[in-house]
Every structure is written in structure tokens, then in C-alpha cells.
Design a protein around this ligand. Structure first.
Ligand SMILES: C[S@@+](CC[C@H](N)C(=O)[O-])C[C@H]1O[C@@H](n2cnc3c(N)ncnc32)[C@H](O)[C@@H]1O
Length: 168
């Protein structure tokens, strides 16, 4: 059985999907728009907790769908188990940095690709992520996302990542 660990916040979308009991809506905090919503997990306790409950065994295939600076990959590498890690990152600069960072490390594959539009037959044993929240989508991409994920508001990238990961 595939195990999926996502860092998620309480949110009406997840309540609708049945992840939480419904609560009253509160006004969302105002935030500067960011194309990629690149807020990294810079907390060791969170990364080690999440990787801990991921419960990896040697030879497992792991997916990081939006790797950022590779904080979860670093934590996975600490386990010293032979893991096969596949990571996606849309931002070209971040993807280049990841490629440089893990150059020469076996079994890590970095892809500069849009995970939400990805077509792949690959299967994974484990998925770990802190996906972007409300990342900007161009009108064309929004159209495509509406088609691919009719049940989710296209700007709610967090929910889209969760759905996409659960279908992989
Ligand atoms: C919230 S950050 C988290 C990064 C990392 N997982 C962490 O916890 O530090 C989200 C990352 O997703 C990337 N991203 C945004 N949209 C994406 C997409 N459609 N496909 C792949 N990566 C995407 C952003 O560039 C950013 O690095």
C-alpha cells in the first residue's frame, strides 16, 4: 500500500474532501502573490517527524513532487537506506540547484517538470511533500487544470497536489 505524508494546514477544501471535520471559515491572511509559493520547510523537527512516519525501507521508491531546496530529500538521505528518490520541481532555478546539489549521488532523479500536468506510469512506495499553497496559474493552465481536476478550484494548488499524488 502506498503511504503519502503531506504537510497540510486545516482548510475548507480538505474538509470538503473529508480530511477534517468542517469548521467555520475564517478570513485568509493577506499574502504577497508568489508564482511558485516557494515557502520552504525550514524546521528540522517537522522534516524529521514527517520522514520518520513515512517509515521507509531499503529499496523503496520515494516521490517528492515539489522539492524546493530538497529539505525532505536531505532528511531521507540521513537514513542511509538505499532509497530511490524521484523529485519534481517547476522552478527552473530551484531544479538546477537541486541537480547540482545531488550531483553524483546515486538513485536521486531530479526533474524540472510541472507535477500537476505530469503524465507518468511510474509508481511509488512513499510520497512526501509540502506542496505550494495557492500558486499562480496562467489562464491556459487553469483551463487545463479545471478539465483534469473538475472537483477542485484550480488555484487551490495544495488540494491539486494531494489529488494528483493520490492518483499516482
Ligand atoms: C511550499 S514549497 C515546498 C518546498 C519543499 N518541499 C519544502 O518543504 O521545503 C513548494 C515548491 O513547489 C514548487 N512548485 C510549485 N508549483 C509546482 C508544480 N506545479 N510542479 C512542481 N513543483 C511546483 C515551488 O517552486 C516550490 O519550490
Amino acid at each position: 500500500m502506498i503511504k503519502l505524508i503531506y504537510r497540510i494546514s486545516r482548510n475548507p477544501i480538505f474538509e470538503k474532501l473529508g480530511f477534517f471535520e468542517p469548521t467555520k471559515m475564517v478570513a485568509p491572511a493577506k499574502r504577497k502573490q508568489d508564482e511558485f509559493q516557494a515557502f520552504y520547510t525550514n524546521c528540522k523537527h517537522i522534516t524529521s517527524y514527517m520522514v520518520g512516519i513515512l517509515d521507509c525501507e531499503s529499496d523503496m521508491s520515494i516521490l517528492e513532487p515539489c522539492a524546493g531546496e530538497g529539505i525532505f530529500i536531505d532528511e531521507l538521505l540521513k537514513s542511509e537506506k538505499m532509497l530511490h528518490i524521484t523529485a519534481y520541481e517547476l522552478n527552473g532555478n530551484s531544479a538546477d540547484n537541486l541537480t547540482q546539489k545531488y550531483l553524483g549521488i546515486k538513485n536521486i532523479e531530479i526533474n524540472q517538470e510541472d507535477f500537476l500536468l505530469l503524465i507518468t506510469a511510474k509508481k511509488f512506495d512513499r510520497i512526501i511533500a509540502n506542496p505550494p499553497y495557492g500558486a499562480y496559474q496562467s489562464p491556459e493552465k487553469r483551463k487545463q487544470l479545471k478539465k483534469d481536476y473538475p472537483e477542485i478550484y484550480a488555484k487551490e494548488t495544495y488540494g491539486l497536489f494531494l489529488i494528483r499524488s493520490s492518483r499516482i
